[in-house]
Every structure is written in C-alpha cells, then in structure tokens.
Ligand binder design. Structure first.
Ligand code: HEC
Ligand code: HEC
Length: 262
C-alpha cells in the first residue's frame, strides 16, 4: 500500500497527540531547550550615562527606540562588566522600532526596557516594575531628556501626554497637537529623546529594585479602578483584557472618522 501525504500526516498527528496525552511533560522537554531558566545578575547603572547611550543608539543604523532603550541597559552593562551582558545579539531588538515593524503598537522604548528586565527577573518580580514604567509613561509629558549634542534636530521640542503606551497614540497625538509631520526631523528627534527619557525612568526603577527600595508610585489609573469594578475575573463582565488606561480610548471624541470626514 502506498501512503499519501495525507495518510502520513494523519499517522504522525496521531503519534504526536498520543504522546502529548500520555506524557505532556516529556513533549515539553523534547521540544524546548533543556536548560533551566537562568537569569542574569542585574547591575545598577548611572541613569544619565544609560540615557545618552539610548539617545545615540536610537540613530544607529536607524534601529530606533526599542534597540536604543535596550542598549542603554544591556549594552552599558556589557561595556562595564563584560560577560554575559556583551553576549546578547543586540540587533534583534530593532524589531520593536515604531511599535514592532512599523505597526505602531507598543512604544518600542517600553518594549526595549521590559525585554531587558526580562533577562534579570521573572514575571512575578518584573510585572510590578513594568506596571510602574508603563503607567508613568501614560501620564508623562514627553520628551524630557535633552541631549548635549542633538543628532536629528537642534533646539527645544514641545511636549505632550500620550495617555497611552501605544506608539501610534503617543506619536500621532504629539504630531497633531504641535502640527508637526510624522516624517520629520523633529519627530525623529522627539522619539530619540522619548527613548532616553524612558531609559532615565527605567534606570531609577531598576536601581531601586536592586537596592530593594520602593519604586511603585504611579498606582492604577482611575479608569482601571472604575471599569475594573465590573470588567474583571469573577465580576459582572469578564471580557476586558489588559492594564491600559481605559479612558485613553473609551472616552472623549474618538468617534467615527470613516463617514463625513474630514
Ligand atoms: C457596574 C458594572 C460596570 C462598570 C463599572 C463598567 N462596565 Fe462596561 N459593561 C458592563 C456590562 C455588564 C457590559 C455588558 C457586556 C457583558 O455582558 O459582558 C458592559 C459592556 C461594556 C462594553 C461593550 C458594550 C458597550 O456598551 O459598548 C464596553 C466597551 C465597556 N463595557 C466599557 C467599559 C468601560 C471603559 C468602563 C469604565 C469607564 C466600564 N465599561 C465600566 C458592566 C460595567
Ligand atoms: C488603546 C485603546 C483602548 C484602550 C486603552 C482600552 N480599550 Fe477597550 N476596546 C478598544 C477597542 C478598539 C475595542 C474594540 C471595539 C469594537 O469592537 O467595537 C475595545 C473593546 C472593549 C470591550 C468589548 C466591547 C466591544 O465593544 O468590543 C470592553 C468591555 C472594553 N474594551 C473595555 C475596556 C476597559 C475596561 C479598558 C481599560 C482597562 C479598555 N477597554 C481599554 C480600545 C481600547
């Protein structure tokens, strides 16, 4: 009897499913790295030094915000302490540029910092740090950081509050409020400075974490408390996912722009 491709896959599927059912743990160890989760030792850093590296590396090969933020932390540790920090393939972090491959989802600077922290801390330790950084970002008037030597645009830049951790909202709101084009030297400079500002705050949180001192000052946004009274597990409507400030999108005049617009 000749086996068709379909018969083959059917037989193989049965085999795999059978194994999974009989011993799920064995399948996991066979398909993933056998090494245990090992975390690198986090090092305290100078925030100004880290921020400058983040700012400058935003422009390195146009790798952008995520790369810049990550390098301000892990790159600086590598420079100061060598291995294992200098073994990380830093270039992979450019994926986060402009909210992951230009999609405008999470601000890449935030992704860069959270990724760096994940090298040192597992979920239980890291989540409160991410909560603090992300909530701070939603409310912060950005950018704050001013470089000694500007690499894209000289001079003062206006600021805005994003109310959101999304690249899209953060950038578009700033462009709209100040009538500056998305594709401009100012906007590029702005995002480089936002990246450095995020690094400044990230190092504060990280250093405090290493010193075992208090860092969680932001707390939950008001809307998360209000809406979370019902939109949460075990509550009236458990259908909402995430920790973002609900008011950023479920309030105001973010109406239908597909009809009668502009
Ligand atoms: C007193 C409880 C309660 C509170 C507080 C509450 N919701 Fe709801 N919400 C519901 C229930 C119940 C539904 C119906 C959906 C369901 O059955 O799961 C719903 C539906 C929704 C929907 C989908 C339907 C619609 O009306 O558009 C959205 C969006 C929503 N809520 C957003 C919010 C936001 C944002 C807040 C905070 C500002 C909030 N809700 C606060 C109970 C609540
Ligand atoms: C970045 C913008 C954004 C933020 C922040 C946000 N939402 Fe939403 N939410 C949306 C969009 C877009 C949908 C899909 C709307 C649709 O399908 O009509 C949605 C859907 C929902 C729904 C399902 C009902 C529906 O109409 O699809 C609920 C409930 C909801 N959001 C509650 C919340 C709560 C509670 C928070 C805060 C914890 C929150 N959202 C934060 C944009 C947002």
């Amino acid at each position: 009897m000749k086996l068709t491709r379909r018969d083959m896959f059917g037989a193989m599927g049965g085999l795999i499913a059978g194994t999974a059912l009989s011993n799920a743990a064995a399948v996991f160890s066979a398909t993933t790295e056998p090494a245990p989760d090992t975390y690198w030792t986090p090092r305290k850093l100078n925030r100004e030094e880290a921020a400058q590296i983040s700012y400058e590396n935003f422009f390195y090969k146009e790798y952008g915000c995520c790369y810049g933020a990550f390098k301000g932390i892990v790159g600086l540790m590598g420079k100061k302490y060598g291995a294992p920090y200098n073994s990380f393939p830093l270039h992979m972090m450019e994926v986060g540029k402009s909210g992951v491959s230009e999609w405008g989802t999470i601000c890449g600077a935030l992704l860069g910092v959270a990724s760096a922290w994940a090298l040192f801390w597992g979920r239980k330790e890291r989540d409160p740090m991410v909560d603090e950084l992300f909530t701070w970002y939603e409310r912060a008037s950005l950018p704050v950081y001013t470089p000694d030597k500007c690499l894209s645009f000289e001079g003062e830049l206006p600021t805005s509050v994003a109310y959101s951790v999304l690249c899209h909202s953060s950038v578009s709101r700033w462009c709209y409020e100040h009538n500056i084009k998305m594709k401009s030297k100012q906007r590029s400079e702005r995002c480089a400075r936002v990246t450095a500002t995020v690094t400044l705050r990230a190092i504060e949180i990280m250093n405090a974490k290493i010193d075992n001192t208090f860092f969680a000052v932001a707390g939950k946004s008001e809307s998360r408390k209000t809406c979370g009274a019902c939109h949460a597990p075990e509550k009236a409507s458990d259908i909402s996912k995430g920790k973002m400030d609900c008011a950023a999108c479920h309030s105001g005049d973010l109406g239908d722009k597909l009809t009668n617009h502009p």
